[in-house]
Design a protein around this ligand. Structure first.
Ligand code: BES
Ligand code: ZN
Length: 872
């Protein structure tokens, strides 16, 4: 079915940000010559156009480019002179023609030049130090959302798809890559002209050029598609894992979508400076090094998972995003949520033992926690300006979006869901869609009211709290509290809630079947709790993207039967209880009781929730009560860690390494466990014999940093500067932000302002520093006094990341007031909504502290006692 304007739920796109449709591009012939030493580039472009009605001017996008030598060839080869004018504010070029151009086919030609910037967007410069210690330069692109216009003049909108014929003119000694394979190349006078084959019809935001002293692995053939990893010299040994994942993913997606890979080849390119994790340029996917290059022998399990997930995510986009593309940026959620969904499905098939769908629980909870704020937004949301487009890449787009897709998939059944997706992709290949096109395809395959159900999740913010009554379930909107005075709430009112219910019977009775309901505004009857004891599990299986509240009696039953719940059901019980605590509908003891009942639970996500709650307690607890907190951490986590031990046990589960690292880190930091700290120090000092095991290295570093031993900061710093792998570099960099000391935190902050920390990492590190309980306030003072410099230095898309760290500054009302005042007076252009959300969350955290501080010590002491009593 065609995408029509009235199918767009968020209304007509804003004309100020849409180019006229009188003229459309069909083919771009681009020749680009970057000068890496001078950090500039020159180019020529010929654009074949379809002119729908006679025009006297042609308008397209261009920014930070100088355009010259313009001409237009009209129908029948008539040549028109043209002048060009650039409007930098509108990011547009207007070509004024000497004579009117009639309808039909035409060609626009011009030359242009620009600067290889260091802002990690458009056509930009990245540098690295090679094996001989020399600084080398790479020229590379990052076009999404709207920065192709900074690399060449174009119709820079996702539904102006065209064919791209790229030629790169480079120094003889440099490698060059683009979306398609090399068609031919010629060397002349030290210069190489590399001509790439025409691409398929695609959007401008997917165009890529990469030029530099890079190497490519030999191609791996995957059903006729050559796959390579491109990397800085000397890093080829870090490529095989990504190649293995890519081969799996290409087969998996070809099968799932029942459509062949739409490009001609796949290059996975590791870029030393990269704003995001990775980017799905058709056939030329770019990555930050940590997300691609990895050595399984020295990597932590979580780091391998990350590489697998990122590679799978970007390759899923080759179909979902590159072949079929959203019409406009309000539909970006579908692109990203679907790629997140497919990445998880794919990696779950790649390594079932990793249980990545269960790990996704923690990502979903992060999205739901954001979505519990009045300043949340609907998943699909109107977008006009480029800054608004950039502002869409958040937890609501990715993680909430993926959660509602997973909920739908589980509700429809995986096969019907997949069949609907196949129908959708086949119908819209090489074209653009709106969200409703997907719902229509799923609706016609399944016969279920998919559009009505999904609209209630996509077009309004928030999610319901489903309350389990004696014989019915009801829904209400959930929030942490009333909307802040004067602020509107984006939280919706009623949803179409897929509710799955199952019953846990009394002992020796097999589990009952799962009932399937669609809960609307009216209560839906469900069976009463079994008379012989037991309880009902609402949100059976755990895939509903909503919260659940049980009556007190049934909650006690469930706490007594935690081991009978599915992992995600148990996870949800803790997550929802914690949300009710933050909303002041339960006391912190409710969560601690659940934590004390976890016993031998092996799920790192569930334990991560417990650690998260204890970490917030650590931020707000009165100093005199901190020993009680530390004791509670030790008694809740210690026994589980002791059973795991420091070193892998024979036959332990695939997720044990992640759990071990989580518990070790919490015990060594907030738990101040003397034995854990001593063993961490022993291993760090090398007296444990040999290197620290990769799975626990980060945790060990945190436990060492917590002790503030003289010389350790310097030792961590030295190792950061001379790492063996990208992952090791990141582990040590993060550890530099972990020392609980204001001076050391400020020292690391100063590194973030210098060339010692790449701007791709610095904003994230500043966020970690702001969350450093002891050093955070001092770093906050420095952030304020260097505000303009930081914003200018860091890539615009990462400003929100830096700001997000401030939600941890909740220990004192005066600090959180100061954060609120400063950020209200200093808006962050690309991250306005993130700032408002962070401030609301900061208020929730601060309120939790103020409400609970007087009795927190006693509550924690009770938790310590309760868990301690269970100790074997
Ligand atoms: N399309 C995005 C990259 C992107 C992000 C472009 C934000 C413009 C703005 C890419 O597919 C992506 O989602 N990358 C993620 C990693 C992924 C595994 C979640 C990223 O970069 O964080
Ligand atoms: Zn993506």
């Amino acid at each position: 079915m065609p995408a029509t304007d009235d199918a767009a739920p968020s209304g007509a796109p804003d004309a100020a940000f849409r180019l006229p449709r009188t003229v459309e591009p069909r083919t771009y012939r681009l020749t680009i010559a970057p000068d890496l030493a001078a950090a500039t580039f020159t180019g020529t472009v010929e654009i074949d156009l379809t002119v729908h009605e006679p025009v006297t001017e042609i308008v397209c996008n261009a920014a930070e480019l100088a355009l010259a030598e313009v001409s237009v060839e009209g129908p029948g080869g008539t040549r028109l002179d043209a002048t060009v004018e650039l409007d930098e504010a509108a990011e547009r070029a207007t070509f004024r023609l000497s004579d009117p151009l009639g309808a039909g086919e035409a060609t626009l030609r011009c030359t242009f030049d620009g600067v290889l910037n260091d802002k990690l967007r458009g056509f930009y410069r990245s540098t690295f130090t090679d094996q001989s210690g020399t600084t080398r330069t790479v020229a590379t692109t990052q076009m999404e959302s709207t920065d192709a216009r900074r690399a060449f003049p174009c119709w820079d909108e996702p539904d102006r798809k065209a064919v791209f014929e790229v030629t790169l003119v480079v120094d003889e000694g440099l490698a060059a890559f683009s979306n398609s394979p090399v068609a031919d190349e010629a060397v002349e006078g030290g210069t190489r002209r590399v001509r790439f084959a025409p691409t398929m019809k695609m959007s401008t935001y997917l165009v890529a050029f990469v030029v530099g002293p890079l190497e490519a692995t030999d191609p791996v053939d995957v059903e006729g598609v050559p796959v390579r990893v491109v990397h800085a010299p000397g890093k080829g040994n870090l490529a095989p894992f990504a190649l293995e994942v890519a081969a799996h993913a290409l087969r998996f997606f070809t099968d799932y979508f029942a459509i062949a890979y739409p490009g001609d080849k796949v290059d996975l390119v590791a870029i030393p400076d990269f704003a995001f994790g990775a980017m799905e340029n058709l056939g030329c996917v770019t990555f930050r090094e940590t997300a691609l290059l990895i050595d399984p022998a020295t990597a932590a399990r979580t780091e391998l998972e990350r590489v697998a997930l990122v590679v799978a995510h970007e390759l899923a986009h080759m179909w979902f995003g590159d072949l079929v593309t959203m019409r406009w940026w309000e539909g970006i959620w579908l692109n990203e949520a679907f790629a997140t969904f497919m990445e998880t499905l794919c990696v779950d098939a790649f390594r079932p033992g990793w249980e990545v769908w269960v790990s996704f629980g923690i990502s979903r909870e992060a999205a739901m926690a954001l979505d519990d704020l009045h300043s949340t937004r609907p998943i699909e949301y109107p977008v006009g300006s480029p800054a608004e487009a950039d502002g869409m890449f958040d937890l609501l787009t990715y993680e909430k979006g993926c959660s509602v897709l997973r909920m739908l998939e589980q509700f429809l059944g995986p096969d019907r869901f997949r069949d609907g997706v196949r129908a959708y992709l086949t119908a819209h290949a090489y074209a653009n869609t709106v969200t409703a096109d997907l719902w229509d395809a799923l609706e016609s395959v399944s016969g279920e009211p998919v559009r009505a159900v999904m609209d209630s999740w996509i077009l309004q913010g928030g999610h319901p709290l489903v309350t389990v009554g004696p014989d019915a379930v009801t829904q209400e909107p959930f929030a942490y509290g009333p909307a802040p005075a004067g602020a509107p709430s984006a939280i919706g009112d009623r949803w179409q809630v897929p509710v799955l219910v199952r019953t846990l019977h009394g002992e020796r009775v097999p589990p009952g079947a799962t009932e399937r309901h669609l809960l609307g505004p009216d209560p839906v009857p469900i069976p009463p709790p079994p008379a012989d004891g037991g309880a009902r599990v609402v949100n059976a299986g755990g895939w509903g993207a909503y919260r659940t509240a049980y009556g007190p009696g049934e909650l006690v039953e469930l706490v007594g039967r935690l081991a009978d719940l599915a992992t995600l059901e148990r996870f949800n019980l803790l997550a929802d209880t914690w949300a009710l605590v933050l909303a002041d509908r339960a006391g912190p003891g409710a969560l601690l009781d659940l934590a004390a009942g976890l016993g031998d639970d092996g799920d790192p996500s569930t334990w991560a929730l417990v650690v998260g709650a204890l970490t917030l307690c650590d931020r707000v607890v009165a100093a005199a009560d901190r020993p009680a907190l530390q004791a509670a951490v030790r008694s809740l986590l210690g026994p589980r860690f002791e059973r795991l031990g420091w070193d892998p046990g024979a036959g332990e589960g695939e997720r044990a390494p992640s759990l071990r690292a989580l518990l070790l880190q919490a015990l060594g930091t907030v738990g101040a466990d003397p034995a854990v700290r001593a063993e961490a120090a022993r291993r760090f000092d090398g007296t444990g014999g040999g290197p620290i095991a990769p799975d626990i290295e980060s945790a060990v570093l945190q436990a060492v940093a917590a002790q503030l031993r003289p010389g350790d900061y310097e030792a961590v710093y030295a190792r950061y500067r001379d790492p063996a792998t990208p992952q090791e570099e990141l582990r040590y960099l993060n550890a530099l932000a972990a020392f609980p000391d204001a001076d050391l935190a400020v020292r690391t902050f100063e590194l973030c302002r210098s060339d010692e920390v790449r701007t791709q990492n610095a904003p994230y590190l500043v966020a970690v520093l702001l969350a450093n309980r002891v050093g955070g306030p001092a770093v906050w003072e420095r952030v304020k006094s260097n505000w303009d410099e930081l914003l200018a230095r860091f890539p615009v898309n990462s400003h929100s990341r830096m700001v997000e760290g401030a939600k941890a500054l909740c220990g004192q009302r005066s600090t959180s007031d100061d954060v609120t005042r400063f950020l209200t007076e200093h808006p962050v252009a690309h991250s306005e909504r993130t700032v408002v959300q962070m401030l609301e969350r900061l208020a929730v955290n601060t309120g939790f502290g103020e409400r609970n501080r007087p009795q927190l010590g006693a509550v924690l002491a009770g938790a310590g006692g309760a868990a301690g009593a269970d100790r074997p």
